[in-house]
Every structure is written in structure tokens, then in C-alpha cells.
Design a protein around this ligand. Sequence first.
Ligand SMILES: CC(C)(COP(=O)(O)OP(=O)(O)OC[C@H]1O[C@@H](n2cnc3c(N)ncnc32)[C@H](O)[C@@H]1OP(=O)(O)O)[C@@H](O)C(=O)NCCC(=O)NCCS
Length: 159
Amino acid sequence: MFAVSLGDDKAELRPLEIWQAEEFLAHMDRARELVDPWIPFASFATDLDSARDLLRRYAEKQAADTGRLYGIWLEPAAQGRGLITRAAERLIDWAVYERGMHRVEWDASAANTRSIAVAKRLGMTRDGVIRQNYLYRGVRHDSEIWSVLAPEWRARTGR
Ligand SMILES: CC(C)(COP(=O)(O)OP(=O)(O)OC[C@H]1O[C@@H](n2cnc3c(N)ncnc32)[C@H](O)[C@@H]1OP(=O)(O)O)[C@@H](O)C(=O)NCCC(=O)NCCS
């Protein structure tokens, strides 16, 4: 299995696979409070069986080339070190240079200023706001869509 170094201590970006369910669940338990206000992701993995199911669903998406799941732990101890920006840079490189994608999007709750700050750090442009399109826990949230186009990414990376 490959791992991409993020150049920070031992931080690495790796594919998340079913055999890692136990470690993934332990991480989700530490991250739950941070993630829950924004997205239901943590609620999909609440015990070992549901963690395995989630990882299996992503393995199936990867086999169908419709989605992928990579691991960079998003728990409180990992915040504020630039890890998410660096991980996203690697993924956008892959999308643009390997897969030939023209447009990469960042979709965040308009209230999630830390997530939007990452889009800004990535040099993305704010396409706009979709008003109250995301119903979560009884509240209709606005979403912001940010994007970077392949020519913009090439200009930014100089490749
Ligand atoms: C959104 C989230 C994942 C972003 O993580 P993050 O750590 O803030 O983002 P980055 O990895 O880009 O790190 C940037 C921070 O590290 C600091 N930093 C330290 N070293 C750095 C480096 N070498 N390069 C860039 N930034 C660095 C930056 O100054 C910045 O800190 P600041 O926000 O206090 O100014 C995180 O805030 C989070 O988990 N939020 C709550 C849950 C959530 O929203 N999850 C995603 C739902 S879609």
C-alpha cells in the first residue's frame, strides 16, 4: 500500500481500507465532537461493524471509479498544522495532472469558517452560495461552493 508523506513529522496521506476499521473507528471517536456540528460523516461509523461498512462502501466506489476515501486524521490534535491544506494539494494534483479533471470543487457550510479558510489557502475562487440547501439536524444551512480550474492550478503550481 502506498503512503504520501505530508512533510510534517510522521503525517501521511493513505488510502483507507477495510482492514483499518478499528483504527479508523478510534479516530472517529476522537473526532466526533469536531465533525458532528457540520456533517453526519462520524455518525456513519459508531462501532466496528458500521466502520467496516463505511470503508467497504468506499472500496466499492473506488472499484467503480465513482469515489475514494483517503485518510488524514481530522481530530483536534491534527488541526492548525497545515495538514489538510497539504493533503488537499496532493489530491488536487492527482485530479488535475493524473486524471485530467478540469474543475475541483470545495463544498462547505457557509458557517464553517475553518473549512472555507482551507479553500482560500488552496487559492480557490468562491463561485457562490447555495441558500439553505443543506438540511442537517433540523437546520437549513447555506453552502458555499469554491473551485479551482485546471489552468489556475497549473499556474499556481508552475507545472
Ligand atoms: C476544516 C478543518 C479540517 C481544517 O483544518 P485546519 O487544520 O484548520 O486546516 P489546515 O490543515 O489548512 O491548517 C491551517 C492552520 O494551520 C496553521 N499552519 C501551521 N503550519 C502550517 C503550514 N506549514 N502550512 C499551512 N498552515 C499551517 C495555519 O496558520 C492555520 O492555522 P489557523 O487556522 O489558526 O490560522 C478543521 O478545522 C476541522 O476539522 N474543522 C471541524 C470539522 C470539519 O469542519 N470537518 C470537515 C467538514 S466538511
